[in-house]
Design a protein around this ligand. Structure first.
Ligand SMILES: Cc1cc2nc3c(=O)[nH]c(=O)nc-3n(C[C@H](O)[C@H](O)[C@H](O)COP(=O)(O)OP(=O)(O)OC[C@H]3O[C@@H](n4cnc5c(N)ncnc54)[C@H](O)[C@@H]3O)c2cc1C
Length: 477
């Protein structure tokens, strides 16, 4: 049944407030005519899904249309109904999935196969999708400011802008782009790293570094080491070396799986070093130096260096991204309020019942930019988006968020070209810490732990494809 809406026209308001003309907006909006048909009617009559009639109305702006933001926008419309207006803003025309991007390095996938458009969010759910950059949050006046300078008013704003990467190990942000790619956001750096690996010859050395946790995708770096080692072996470069310099005291996820992979499956190729410190990388010579504990400095002459630098919520640094540069819009809005001593002011502390910032009312933060006890992962971002959407719908309807949210995380890691492992956990809200904690046997346990697959198998590899397609469909379609 088609919803009937009789709200005042908002089309002109929307176009003007976005600083856009009809020609530059999503097609369904551009087709809305200029006569006395109201904007709501145009939206409702052009989307393919009949949305629920609820008592909820308002305008939610979502900043960032990646894993967390796209999920939030979709489910806000799905659960909020036809009178809840949702505008999704992203700098990019489409989204390139980080998940599976390690397989671009091994040429098992193309970047194009990881490209997700946001058209269906508009055409099926009536999300207003806008390609633009958010440059400021005016939280006093509840407005999002775009690069064009146009203010966009909100009842609630959801920030899902992901992460930005800091200069580290003697490298600049420009070095990441041109010489020593981190490729920890899929895109041109992924292609550059793939090309560099392709040019390695037998006997060459590949060095990767892992920053102190929390970082994006806990098993991801170890997965990358495995698939690169596997590629080198499969392509006649079995005497090449993959050296992993981990700043953490040990493997951060799926430790059983990766210890097995490093010691047996890829024995002789992968060398793993925990507690690596004082890492310095020369972007031109590819000489890497580091130490462990009080030990002497070690030197590696690498062919390819893949530093995964420390990162933080996107929008903290305005230009240099240095530790003392907090002139970005996220920081200026006061959202980077975490106090953990080793990485203070890098993330947004949020209430896991609603993902509302603990510092700034009416601003919610989901995905990698948030800190609430959940790992930084795309599957988790999708879950957080749904919990946040549900909470906002309840709040706009005059209620309170669900007091006992549950989230799950699932992740598959390729270990070779045709085998994979997996990791999963269920999280529940823990009242005493006000954080999400791993649940065990249906109840909370202090030491609850994620569960990893008992073996590395080809069956897991097949299931990985099913999981990935399902997750991306739930997020973008
Ligand atoms: C190699 C690799 C493998 C991974 N594998 C897995 C896996 O197997 N499973 C898993 O669950 N996770 C995995 N991850 C992690 C996952 O990709 C991230 O955790 C997830 O993408 C985070 O979602 P997000 O929405 O917070 O950020 P993102 O997905 O990065 O989205 C952020 C969006 O915000 C936009 N944006 C930023 N700033 C602005 C602005 N100022 N204005 C407008 N838009 C803006 C960006 O353009 C982007 O589209 C992997 C990551 C990597 C690097």
């Amino acid at each position: 049944m088609k919803p009937s809406c009789h709200l005042p026209s908002r089309r002109n308001w929307l176009l003007t407030s976005l600083g856009l003309s009809a020609a530059t907006v999503a097609p369904w909006l551009a087709h809305a005519d200029n006569d006395d048909h109201d904007f709501e009617h145009e939206v409702s009559s052009n989307i393919s899904l009949a949305l629920a009639q609820t008592n909820v109305s308002g305008h939610v702006v979502v900043v960032g249309g990646g894993m967390a933001g796209a999920s939030t926008a979709k489910y806000l419309r799905l659960w909020g109904g036809a009178q809840l207006h949702v505008t999704l803003i992203d700098t990019d025309a489409s989204y390139t999935s980080n998940i599976m991007s390690n397989l671009v390095l091994t040429q098992q996938r193309t970047l194009g196969s990881l490209d997700y458009k946001r058209d269906v969010l508009a055409s099926s759910y009536g999300v207003t999708v806008v390609q633009n950059r958010v440059t400021r949050l005016d939280t006093a006046n509840k407005q999002v400011i775009l690069a064009s300078g146009a203010p966009l008013s909100y009842d609630r704003v959801v920030v899902a802008s992901g992460v930005e990467f800091m200069p580290a190990y003697g490298l600049t942000v420009s070095d990441y782009e041109t010489k020593t790619p981190h490729a920890w956001r899929a895109g041109s750096q992924t292609s550059l790293l793939a090309t560099q690996i392709d040019a390695m010859v037998d006997g060459d050395t590949f060095v990767m570094t892992i920053p102190l946790a929390p970082y994006r995708c806990p098993p991801g770096p170890y997965e990358r080491a495995c698939v690169v080692a596997d590629l080198l072996k499969r392509t006649g470069r079995g005497n090449a070396r993959v050296i992993v310099l981990d700043e953490n005291p040990g493997i951060q996820a799926e430790s059983g799986t990766f210890q097995n992979a490093f010691s047996f499956v890829h024995a002789g190729v992968i060398s793993y070093q925990s507690n690596a410190s004082n890492i310095q990388i020369n972007p031109d010579t590819k000489v890497v130096t580091y130490s462990v504990g009080n030990g002497a400095m070690q030197t590696i002459n690498a062919k390819v260096v893949n530093p995964i630098p420390p990162h933080r919520a996107a929008g903290i640094g305005a230009s240099t991204l240095a530790d003392n540069d907090t002139a970005g819009w996220f920081a200026l809005a006061g959202l980077n309020n975490n106090t953990n001593t080793s990485y203070a002011r890098r993330w947004a502390l949020v209430d896991p019942l609603s993902y509302e910032s603990r510092a700034v009312p009416y601003v919610h933060v989901v995905g990698d930019a948030a800190q609430c006890g959940l790992p930084k992962a795309g599957h988790v971002g999708n879950q957080e988006g749904k919990i946040c959407a549900d909470a906002i719908v309840r709040l706009l309807g005059g209620g309170a968020p669900d007091s006992a949210p549950v989230a799950n995380s699932a992740c598959y890691s390729p270990i070779t070209a045709n085998t994979a492992s997996w990791l999963t956990a269920v999280y529940q809200y823990d009242v005493s810490s006000s954080e999400m904690k791993v649940a065990s046997n249906g109840g909370l346990t202090a030491g609850g732990a994620a569960v990893e697959s008992a073996s590395i198998s080809s069956r897991n590899y097949t299931q990985m494809g099913v999981w990935f397609n399902t997750l991306m469909k739930d997020t973008f379609a």
